[in-house]
Design a protein around this ligand. Structure first.
Ligand code: GRF
Length: 200
């Protein structure tokens, strides 16, 4: 399965997917990494792995539609079948969603539907929850609202800081994101309305 990863930042989730692919743990390969940030470390990680790394500058396009058409062109050019958002800091619009229906995944650093949007870890920390975690979900036209594929739970301890909690969550992100991609690659994710079930 050929993957296109969209990332705006450090790319540690991208790395976890590239590592799982390289180790043969998932039947998938990262075909292209696309970023809206020229200096994103995610692009550097791709280059180091010999994977095409493409910067697409939003400011070069008059509309979001045109911007996404440029991204879509790259995805098509590299034969991408599944799009993975990994710290991509823009909402995905109709061009990409219509080209990849139920074929765009995202990782969110909280237990959705709690704490969607930016800084899910800090939101949960500030709220005072006793457990948090992360969620891999299919992307729809809302903000972190699509069907949930996998979640992992972590405890929050009295001595934690927001940073410690974020690190504990990130460790789980790096496990469940490749796992979800692997399940998709094996054709084992069945979507029924909002419900995703895993076929044995
Ligand atoms: C992660 O916390 C992810 O859950 C969120 O953005 C962050 C990306 O981190 N969507 P990285 O760029 O993958 O290291």
């Amino acid at each position: 399965l050929r993957l296109g990863v969209l990332a705006s930042g450090r790319g540690s989730n991208l790395q976890s997917i590239m590592d799982a692919a390289a180790a043969g743990k998932i039947n998938a390969e990262v075909a292209v990494v696309i970023s809206d940030q020229e200096g994103a470390f995610a692009l550097e990680r791709a280059r180091k792995a010999g994977i095409p790394a493409v910067y697409v500058d939003r400011r070069e396009f008059a509309s979001k539609t045109d911007y996404e058409k440029a991204i879509l062109e790259q995805l098509k050019k590299h034969g991408v079948a599944l799009v993975c958002l990994a710290g991509y800091m823009k909402l995905v619009g109709s061009v990409l969603l219509e080209a990849y229906p139920n074929r765009v995944m995202n990782i969110h650093p909280a237990l959705l539907p709690s704490f969607p949007g930016l800084h899910g870890q800090e939101q949960a920390w500030e709220y005072g929850v006793k457990f948090s975690g992360c969620t891999v979900h299919f992307v729809d036209d809302g903000m972190d609202t699509g069907p949930i594929i996998l979640q992992a739970v972590v405890p929050v301890y009295d001595n934690d800081t927001a940073d410690i909690l974020a690190a504990r969550i990130l460790e789980q992100e790096h496990k469940i994101y490749p796992e979800a991609v692997g399940l998709f690659a094996e054709g084992r994710l069945k979507l029924n309305g909002r419900k995703v079930t895993i076929v044995k």
